[in-house]
Design a binder for this molecule. Structure first.
Ligand code: ACO
Length: 335
């Protein structure tokens, strides 16, 4: 019996910074509104034609692999979480296998939006625990800026999201008091349409009909979000799933050294911090700089926290996510 652990972490964000003031020049918004509601000061958007979800994922993966000490050819599985794949199909997992020149190993794509990285870590953990694979590359990457409605109509959603990628190499941990202690996954599809993009999922329609409609007022290609409903559900589900993970391991809130919440919105993270009475140094946030990068947000935040020396060997690290689906989950790690 063994555990899995995170052996190497990396992230990549495009260089192009888009501030709230930049957005206010193209739509009816302002820095004060955005910061007050979301905590976001700036985000990264690719410059046209420079990156895809896969190319950013590959850059993050190279850093994670280098740091893990695992040789490229010893990676034996790829899991890629995104809501913004380069193609409708195939998913980006196989593109990573190609672009990194990996062996003809398996590649799996995860479509769980903001919870995607937590789902991916959970799957990698099971494969490693059963002995099926030893060194799994887990990526969360999103190119969201090209799919946002950057007009006044889309301002309630488009100011929140940014581009970027994070990656982890997960390997075997022989010491079963360490590594991933447990993972907890949930969904409630009843609320699928509270936060979603209708197209290009066919929804019973032929793609040619969708294209032939060619309607400039068609909002179905843009994300829709019922913001206040998402907020309400997020704060309760985050709390539940963190508690579930702690209870499963006979741990208390006071045992948490570092909570890395999905960077949905700074107000949500602050609500959770207050509810659990955690100190500032027990919660890591970087949404101020990157906005909400969906499946990439946890691996980017985890990497930055680790790079800044905020995660040390023996620490109890908790990852928690909530997002479209609704889906939510947590990962309890003894580092
Ligand atoms: N700039 C200026 N004004 C805006 C903007 C903007 N970017 N967007 C909306 N407004 C206006 C609205 O038009 C509205 O004006 P009105 O009162 O004249 O009609 C007013 O601001 C309030 O709009 P609401 O949508 O009610 O704003 P709310 O206070 O709910 O804040 C927000 C919106 C920030 C989205 C909030 O609902 C929220 O935090 N929801 C959580 C959702 C979230 O964090 N999602 C992240 C992605 S999902 C995930 O990762 C889990």
């Amino acid at each position: 019996m063994y555990h899995s652990k995170i052996a190497g972490l990396g992230y990549y964000v495009p260089e192009n910074i888009v501030t709230n003031d930049d957005l206010s020049k193209i739509m009816d918004t302002n820095d004060e509104w955005i910061q007050e509601r979301t905590g976001i000061q700036e985000r990264r958007h690719i410059l046209p034609g420079t990156e895809t979800t896969t190319t950013m994922g590959v850059k993050a993966a190279r850093v994670a692999i280098e740091r893990s000490g695992v040789a490229l050819q010893d990676i034996d599985f790829v899991i890629f979480a995104t809501l913004s794949p380069d193609y409708y199909f195939p998913g980006p997992g196989v593109l990573v296998q190609r672009d990194l020149g990996l062996n003809t190993i398996g590649a799996l794509d995860i479509r769980n939006q903001c919870s995607g990285f937590v789902y991916a870590v959970s799957i990698a953990d099971q494969y490693i625990k059963t002995g099926m694979y030893k060194n799994i590359l887990v990526i969360g990457s999103e190119l969201q800026s090209t799919g946002l409605d950057m007009t006044d109509r889309g301002r309630g959603v488009s100011v929140i999201f940014g581009d970027g990628a994070g990656a982890a190499v997960m390997t075997r941990e022989e010491d079963v008091t360490k590594g991933i202690l447990s993972t907890h996954l949930h969904s409630e599809g009843q609320h699928a349409e509270e936060l979603y993009v209708k197209a290009p999922g066919m929804g019973g329609r032929w793609i040619t009909d969708i294209l032939n409609e060619n309607d400039p007022d068609d909002e179905s290609y843009f994300p829709y979000m019922n913001g206040q409903f998402v907020f309400k559900n997020a704060v309760s589900r985050f709390a539940e799933v963190i508690n579930e993970g702690l209870e499963a391991n006979n741990l208390q809130v006071s045992d948490i050294n570092m909570l890395i919440p999905h960077q949905a919105n700074l107000r949500i993270a602050q609500f959770i911090q207050k509810k659990f009475r955690l100190e500032d140094d027990q919660v890591f946030n970087n949404i101020q700089k990157y906005g909400n990068t969906t499946a990439a947000s946890i691996p980017i935040a985890l990497t930055e926290a680790w790079e800044q020396g905020k995660i040390k060997s023996g620490d109890l690290v908790v990852l928690a996510a909530f997002g479209s689906g609704f889906t939510w989950g947590s990962v309890i790690i003894r580092w």
